[in-house]
Design a protein around this ligand. Sequence first.
Ligand code: CMX
Length: 443
Amino acid sequence: MIEWLNSYRYILVYFIEVYSMSFLKKELQNQIPNVQNEIKQLIADKGDKKISDVTVAQAYSGMRGVKAFVCDTSSVSADKGLIVRGIPLLDITHILPEEVFFLLLTGRLPEESELVDLKKDFSSHLEVPAYVWNLLKEMPSDSHPMTMFNTAILAMQGESVFRKRYDEGMSKSVYWEAILDDGIRLLAKLPTLGAGIYRMRFEKGQRIAPDPEQDWAGNFVHMIGLSDETGDFHKLMQLYFMLHCDHEGGNVSAFASHTVSSALSDPYYAVSAGLNGLAGPLHGLANQECLKFVLSVRDEFKGLPSEDELKDYCWKRLNSGRVIPGYGHAVLRCPDPRFTAFIKFGQDHIENDDVFGIVDQLFKVVPDVLQEHGKAKNPWPNVDAASGSLLYYYGLREFNFYTVLFSISRTMGMISQMVWERALGIPITRPKSITTDWIKSTI
Ligand code: CMX
């Protein structure tokens, strides 16, 4: 009798769990066994086939171009740029950040009811714990916003569902579920955290409480407190958070978070690690550097320079051993579609603005200059070339805050990649390094 009651209870708990599960989790729960089997079969069929060779030059050059691991959330092609689950980015610039998150995870866009469900999930985790705000208040008042943002994420590590369930002995087969739970909780808080840091760091007054009725980007706009009478800033932030969502697996932030998470460090550790990489000027911090550069042009020429003046200005910068921020890319060999989408937004919404005008003018001048310079393999603009000028136009002028916005969005990609890595049981990352002596004596 007791045995029967126990199994009855077990079945009941199972059905309650499944019933209360989000649409997103149910969809993943359906997909995962099929993908696991598919990959098992792929390894059985093609496991010994070679996908890449590594030269000595590549070993000394950041492993550029070495194909050595898998990421299915998105891919970056040299001539087309970002492709999210098979869809070229420019075909989905109209979708919400929440929709792209669903797409990254599941490979399809959500139905209306699934989107409502996901938004509801986000809305129930908007609050950042009080100890985080207290910690941030104690930091030096001139701390970089990225340092504050990443410190706050790390400080919340004790909230991790993954860590708690791991300590309780969770089975490997449900790691992905705990990662997803952490991911939703963390993502939901990031606009609150980012906007709160903005208001604290730049002395904009009291924090503004989140509004559970708003969407993810709308809540950020509401909490940052800038006026948005036309609603265009809201539209920009939807686009901004959508465009920065992911950029396959090999970029610094994705790869750093992938490596950290492979040790089964929870998402708070892994996202914070990834974002510390995003804070580098050759990666996400280039958006801050780029606007700084654009403003220096405006100040030097008291407005929009001629193409020749701008060309000379770029050469001076290159000759002093500095890069042109917002240009070049390790994978792309064409103008970044994210740049194209931002320029289009600017053309549709902005008239007669010097800062946006300089960005446009740079696009006419820099590719030729870089080609003549002869070093950069890709002379075209990347995402960071245009984004800052739009934020600046809508009144978000503190450019050392810009990488926080990139971070809020990119966390979607890091979380999506982590969910699948744990679902597929990808083991700890551990490539083999070699020594210079080994190369001299062995090759
Ligand atoms: N301005 C000047 N020189 C550049 C350049 C640029 N925009 N882009 C590349 N180069 C130089 C490199 O510094 C390198 O010089 P050295 O041989 O002296 O070291 C040479 O050209 C070859 O580099 P590459 O193979 O074309 O580019 P990498 O893959 O090494 O680096 C990137 C890619 C993005 C770091 C580089 O193009 C760069 O520094 N760009 C400016 C910073 C930037 O916009 N970063 C943002 C990228 C997007 C993102 O992650 O957010």
